[in-house]
Design a protein around this ligand. Structure first.
Ligand code: BGC
Length: 434
């Protein structure tokens, strides 16, 4: 285990942890259903057959969880607001109480306004969902904006498009492959409209949390390089280019809805900061005529690329390779590609799934990735914060409760919380740096 002191970060560097509503709140019977409630009620969708009906029961135990955050000493807590809960009587009151509790504990609230739990009945294939989203965002901003400074519009529109609508392993379970691309455009439009709604409500510190994976060609062969380039466009640049450059990358713009270009000025509304979620790079080559496997997800043979294993690395319990330098590569790569167009960056998610309370593997993972962020700072990237995924073990989507990403262990029979060794490690880190 690494014991060298972590290098010094700039004053004001924001240390935090992240969660999302559907994964921790529970109290599903106290709100309207989301697409995830519908999806998990269908047999075979979630590996262990579980649902998030109770999850960590954070809805009823939020005071205990805020006390854990206060003891951890983080400067900020990234959580998500459940749109179906806001649509339900008393739902906004919960976030009011949570925000008050966080402020009283000296922890800055950082809400994400959409983390995949779309109200059942709405559909990202419909353009109108973007306007509906902006209306909901205005309601939340009016209620919480006096105490919330830092906002995140969307979490990972790339994963939500890919897993939820192209491959069908996440809600709403569609398998549209490239016909899912309007879902990406409508989320990006929703993001831009939400930025405008937040600004109209007086917000000044707005970002997005995008997933990014540095993409490594499987070999120097032209076919592998071309496939990797396409993967990079589809999973990375399809989202960051319109946001930061105001245009879709060549090769995908033409797959978007007809009116897409007219929306680009809205999508490219200036951001105050850019959030990246990083777990591992992707190694990609030409199609091999068979299915390939990526992070526990099966990719059909029909795709114009195949994802290959990254050999010679430790892997997490999820089978994801541990590649800390991929985070430096990602951050410096964003700086190289977007230059002055890149606002300050915040790592809005980084973490790993491991079993056990004495989770030395997680400590090694976090230690390596925090150092990787520092190397990006040294290389001149303006990184302002780092958030661990996740505070608590939680409902890991199609994996159910089988994957434990928390700094705090949750016993899903009793909901008892037990801080792990990594919680104490992170506490020492953030307390030394705040
Ligand atoms: C998501 C989280 C998820 C984590 C680990 C991210 O893609 O934003 O909700 O739990 O990865 O899979």
């Amino acid at each position: 285990m690494a014991t060298n002191p972590v290098p010094r970060f700039p004053d004001g560097f924001l240390w935090g942890v992240s969660t999302s509503a559907h994964q921790i709140e529970g109290a599903a019977d106290e709100r309207e259903p989301s697409v995830w409630d519908v999806f998990t009620s269908e047999p075979g969708r979630v590996k262990d057959g579980s649902t998030a009906a109770v999850a960590c029961d954070h809805y009823h135990r939020y005071r205990e969880d805020v006390a854990l955050l206060a003891d951890l000493g983080v400067g900020a807590y990234r959580f998500s607001v459940s749109w179906p809960r806001v649509n339900s009587p008393g739902g906004l009151g919960f976030y009011d109480r949570l925000v008050d509790e966080l402020c009283a504990a000296g922890v800055r609230p950082v809400p994400t306004l959409f983390h995949w739990d779309l109200p059942a009945g709405l559909d990202w294939l419909e353009r109108d969902t973007a306007s509906r989203f902006a209306q909901y965002v205005s309601v939340v901003a009016d209620r919480l904006g006096d105490r919330v400074g830092k906002w995140i519009t969307l979490n990972e529109p790339a994963e939500h498009t890919l897993l939820g609508h192209a491959l069908g392993t996440h809600a709403p379970g569609r398998e549209l492959l490239f016909d899912a691309l309007p879902v990406a455009h409508h989320q990006l439009l929703a993001h831009g409209l939400a930025v405008r709604a937040l600004r109209a409500a007086g917000a000044t510190d707005i970002g997005i949390a995008n997933s990014h994976a540095p993409t490594w060609p499987a070999s120097d062969e032209p076919a592998d390089r071309e496939a990797a380039e396409f993967y990079d466009v589809l999973l990375n640049r399809l989202f960051s280019d319109p946001l930061l450059l105001g245009r879709y990358p060549d090769g995908v713009g033409e797959l978007m809805p007809d009116d897409a270009d007219a929306d680009l000025p809205v999508i490219a509304e200036p951001l105050d900061w850019y959030g990246v979620n990083y777990y591992a790079p992707a190694r990609v080559g030409a199609p091999q005529g068979t299915e390939s496997e990526s992070g526990g997800v099966t990719l059909p043979a029909a795709l114009p690329f195949s994802v290959r294993a990254i050999e010679g690395r430790p892997v997490t319990d999820f089978g994801w390779p541990v590649v800390p330098e991929g985070l430096t590569e990602l951050l410096t790569g964003l700086g190289d590609r977007y230059g002055d167009r890149l606002p300050p960056v915040v790592v809005t998610e980084n973490g790993c799934s491991y079993e056990g309370l004495d989770d030395q593997d997680r400590i090694a993972y976090l230690d390596g990735h925090v150092r990787a962020v520092h190397r990006a700072l040294e290389a001149g990237v303006d990184v302002r914060g780092y958030f661990v995924w996740s505070l608590l073990d939680n409902f890991e989507w199609a994996e159910g409760y089988a994957r434990r990403f928390g700094l705090v262990h949750v016993d899903f029979a009793t909901r008892e919380r037990t801080p792990k060794a990594s919680y104490r490690w992170y506490r020492d880190l953030v307390r030394g740096r705040r």
